[in-house]
Design a protein. Sequence first.
Length: 230
Amino acid sequence: MQQLHSDLWITGSPLRFVGLEIGARMTVVRLPGRELLLHSPISATPDLVREVKALGPVAHIVAPNRFHHLFVGEWQRACPDASIYVAPGLETKRADLAIAGVLGEEPEPGWKGAVDQILLGGFPLANEVVFFHRPSVTLIATDLAFNIGSSSPPLTRLAFRLGGAYGRLSPTLLERLLVRDRTAFRHSLERILEWPFDRVVIAHGEVCEKGGREELVRSYSWVLGGKRVA
Ligand SMILES: [Fe+2]
């Protein structure tokens, strides 16, 4: 695992999407009481479970959008005391899971004060909930943007170059084509951009350590219109 801050770690695993290797990332937040929040879990291999548990007890397992839920069950089996929280819609799609709560606009009591959250409106295909980790001033998103850069394999780099989305935070075609209610989506984005983050962690591609807010504003200019970065 890579440590980004005293209470924030990331780790990844390979993942192919439409034939391209884009990787998947899990983010681990250590809360003030030392309990851990796992965001967008990847496969719970014995080594990873050991490594994570060394940081603190796993208390919350979060499936932050309707696509990132595949390994939640593995983690719950590995950490039976943890509670599962899912993006809206997963509670019916994953009725097999013992779900403690559906994520909304209000942080759960377990992480309130350390982690804020906003449900991205107007994009029901994903229903992504975006988080802000206050102590590290980090935006923790999932598919809100990809950031495919030099660490990706050649074919992936080529595809993203051709799509004009190489080497920067950039939404995929899904957002371009399938946002249902652009006004609701814009309102959520505007609220996200009020958080004072600079670093952006996303699930696919590289972490954006600096200037993430400005990059999001630029890549979502088609939604935000002429909004300027304060
Ligand atoms: Fe994803």
